[in-house]
Design a protein around this ligand. Sequence first.
Ligand code: GLN
Length: 446
Amino acid sequence: MITLKEALNLSKDALTQFKKELQAEIEANPELNAYIDTNSLGDGVPIAIKDNIQVKNWSVTSGSKILKGYIAPYNATVINKLLDAGLSPYGRVNMDEFAMGSTTESSCYGKTQNPHASDRVPGGSSGGSAAAVGAGLAIAALGSDTGGSIRQPAAFCGIVGMKPTYGRVSRYGLGAYASSLDQIGPMTQNVEDAAILYDIISGSDQKDSTNAQKDDKVTPHLNSERKLRIAVLPKYIENASDDVKNAYTKAIKALKNAGHTIVEKEMMDAKYDISAYYITATAEATTNLARYDGIRYGNRVEGKNLEETFINTRSEGFGDEVKRRILLGNFVLSSGYYEAYYVKAQKTRHIIKDEYAKIFEDVDLILSPVAPTVAPKFGELAKPMDMYLSDIYTISVNLAGLPALSLPIMKNNEGMPIGLQLIASAYDEQTLFDGSLSLEKELNYK
Ligand code: GLN
């Protein structure tokens, strides 16, 4: 597959021809189930779009039955930015329902396969985006990351996935999961493409009140020769699988070879991250999902009166995982439990943020696992608690609002890719991309 950088230099005719071939390739590989459909808007370089980002006049469903048939009335800001840069939204890609999940098994369109093993998950929630790029069925894709949904599927599918600093990329037109954590980001074949796509979609937007209104770009200054101080976390990775530990060792060696200074640091026990995240995310999700009442959006299942219509619509429209989170979110926000759970989670969130800030007083980047294992087999994370625990290495980054990039390090002896992430301090995407580019060059992963 050609890279985004190469595609941006194709002539109009060559691009038209490329898109014909791409369409044929996608149709020849239906069992992957990465694409929900393959509409194209405009004649630019095709970019696959996660099914929770609005493209005007396209269906957008967040992988949920409750929104089937809903047509987006406007473009998300990131879509307008793509169009302005000569790119085209091309195809909607599969995802976990409302971005809740780590495997893309909860989509109303059925599961997506991992391009490296058909019996394994592609990760989630942006599993369609990662599988499409990993299978050579997309040049690049947009995903969204609330607690790892860009970085983890990227790691499982052997591609690059980047979550920007909270507020860098407009969330206008993104179907909300947990508004204080969600960010849209690039999923690409390599680090340079991620930087290019990040530059295109990031920047100020008056339509998103949480936008940081910053417009600085990274590609003009990309520099893989900078020598950085990079923190490693020997204790933090103790519970990771041997595959992931091997990749960690390999990455440390590569970083040293490239001339970076490795510094050992410690992080608080990550079990608190899980609690703080799942309380915060479900509380916000409950609130965001209240709008799906069968009256304002999407499908309606009529009842005898209004209340019954709400109940029927939501009972039939939402899947089990979404219902579970609505229950949990309502519980942690209910009077009597609000102080004990929600408020405590917010305090923990502050501690996590401070902990990162302290480490970044001394280093430029942190090297961390993305997931404890390689991509699991279908059904392996069927117990909700097992699935939540598998997010252990990604969610603190969202709680702290930091930028992070997941890149492939090596494959295990079964040929499954293992990715790791570099994490930077807030708004320091430049250092994140510089360091990632340096590591990628040194590893020479194919
Ligand atoms: N797996 C996490 C969750 O289900 C993260 C999902 C995401 O980042 N959208 O909440």
